[in-house]
Design a protein. Structure first.
Length: 46
C-alpha cells in the first residue's frame, strides 16, 4: 500500500488557516499582510 500524500486540498481549511480574517486577527498576521501590501501582492491572503 502506497503512503498517502500530505497535501489533501480543502477550500474551507485553507481559508480558515491562511485566510485574510485569520491573518488580520493576530499582530504577526497583520505584519504579514502589511509586508504583502508593501511589495504589491495581488492577493494578500488565501
Amino acid at each position: 500500500m502506497a503512503t498517502k500524500r500530505t497535501y489533501q486540498p480543502k477550500k474551507r481549511k485553507r481559508a480558515k488557516t491562511h485566510g485574510f480574517r485569520k491573518r488580520s486577527k493576530t499582530s504577526s498576521g497583520k505584519k504579514i499582510l502589511k509586508g504583502r501590501r508593501r511589495m504589491g501582492r495581488k492577493k494578500l491572503a488565501a
